[in-house]
Write a protein that binds this ligand. Sequence first.
Ligand code: COA
Length: 712
Amino acid sequence: MSDDRPDIRYLFEPRSIAVVGASHSQEKIGHKILQNIVNGGYRGKIYPINPKGGEILGLPVCRTIADAAREIDLVCTCVPAKFAFDAVRAAADSGAKFNLVITSGFSEVGNVEEEKRLTAYARRHGMRILGPNIFGMFSAAASLDATFGPGGIRPGNVAIITQSGALGLAMIGKTAVENVGISAMVSVGNKADIDEADLITYLMADEITQTILMYIEGVRNGDRLLDVLATATRSKPIIVIKSGRSKRGAVAAASHTGSLAGSDDVFDAVMRQCGVLRAESVKEAFNLCKFMSGTKAVRGGNTVIITNGGGIGVLATDACEKYKVKLYDDLEVLRETFDPATPDFGSTKNPIDLTGQATSADYTLALNAALSNEQIGAVIALYCETAVFDADNLSQMIEENSAKYHAAGKPIVFSVFGGAGTERSLAALTKRRIPIFGDVYETVACLGGMFTYGRHLADQTHAVDEAEIDVTAVARVAGEARAEGRGFLLAHEGQELMRAAGIPLPQSHLARNLDEAVRFAEEIGFPVVMKVVSRDILHKSDVGGVALDLENPEEVVDAYQAILGSCRARMPQARIRGIEVAEMVPAGVELIVGARRDGAFGPIVMFGMGGIYVEVLKDVSFRAVPLDRAEVLEMMREIRAYPLLLGVRGEERKDIESVVDAVIRLATIIRRCPGISDIEVNPLVAYEQGLGSKAVDVRVLLTDLDGGETDA
Ligand code: COA
């Protein structure tokens, strides 16, 4: 991209707007947008454009954009697709900086070429396109409502970027109901030019915006988005809702790393890596936005649940586990702190159970005790409606205690559950921005999200670890395979690549005749394994191309002949390069490690339980590259079977460091060697601490031969 692109500020704070296709008919989109701009209180110049001329909403209409003033920062194009190119061209020629192309009928319906033509013209003439296929945008900084939504957007601190038009439009009304104030709402539609990364670049520096909410369906230029997100989350929380847990794109992938990297798993992992919070629903996202706008995020820890109901306390405890909220467990301190507020038949073990007879005064006593105890980091206060509770005092008790906690900087969230009266309190308190919810899981999700973000802010160590690898040797191996017209490496070439990357392998040699096979087996030491090496045989076991556990020279001779005989009989046309003789590796924990260029996010690494059941177990985790060793360790800890590496049932701890090292080396290859698109080691067998790990089987795919080099 050239540097003569207009400053993104003029998209959010335009000094003048032209509405191309501003209609005289009130029911048309071009009229509605103009009406919202006027009614929304926009203070800049407004130019309705329509070949019919005349006047709309009291504004004089220009017949062409060229008739309007020179300096137009923002154009809103609302003409049908077949006229859109001409309209965009006229806008670009007039020197406009940004163009919201509302019009549908482009790539979303397969009309890709027209979209490209339009975008390319705009780009060549220094104008940027938002859309096409959007409902427009709102920007509180300019009091600008350039959408065809219902109007009356409530200004506030949450910026919303949405790829779904319908959901976005519905959010306008919903945010008002939910009491979420908006600083900006941008519909990105087909993202032909401007995407989330461009918008976040503005929003992260925007003083009005305190929280950013994104609804994403698909990602393009993911590596750029990740860079921007990693920086932006340092200044404000970003919450994402991603629809679709689609495995599309993974289906065609030729490796486990590819097929396991269902777009959703990778999305989830890389968002977490950037410090973005992922919400499971729009409601959860709104809750997080409200809760986190204006709240200073803390790391969390030592949370106490105060309740008048045992059952709801247990529910909250479960929710704490789900959302990684650590409950305070020093029973002695808990007893000392809460004894005065708890009846004898209650409980001072966390959850603190004030019992069904608790009154507002009992709650306040317990909440004061938690507030003044420095060991306690946060409070979840639960209330179940009871007949003995002085319900008239509920709202006041919650509001007063909330204010005390806010002033002290100690997080508190409330959850209330009951009939009409309780619901009324809930609604009234929500309006007053008290962190209160009806559902326990919603309550804890908010606190957990805030702690996750707090931990992200506290972890400032984001180094990049790379290994020393022989890049020239990797390029040579890949180049030789490519010269033979192959898009993948053969087993012995994969091993060469492992050697160039410094990843330990079992000993092995390629035998071209029987004598060599025996000699190599003796050199390595028995038992050995033997495998056919042929570019034409990918599934060696299926054609009798593998022999395991060979104990002596006679067995090697027999196996050599049996492998050749079987392969020649079953695949007569296969070109056989020789037979690999390799050390039979001792048993250890079988892992899978991989690295690939993901279609959406660029280079990624994968780690998981390996072996033949990897696709069934799907116990894997992902990260974007580059990354440091601590992040690799974090990725490893995410899989369910991680305890196997720590040693279970009296087993020794495994050599975790050697696995971290292998992942860093794979990450280095995928980052530094453009000819490699996909590497997978399965199994990587990990041994006890100090004994390392070995790459037993390696599969390597090369970058698309026709497509040439990648951009890495
Ligand atoms: N310059 C300026 N105005 C022009 C024009 C031009 N080159 N060509 C036509 N117009 C005027 C028309 O005369 C008309 O005004 P009028 O009603 O006063 O006569 C106005 O532009 C609109 O044109 P029209 O042909 O009536 O189109 P429309 O309003 O029915 O539809 C769109 C236009 C853009 C709304 C429609 O094509 C579309 O894409 N709709 C879907 C939008 C959408 O859903 N986006 C995604 C949301 S998530």
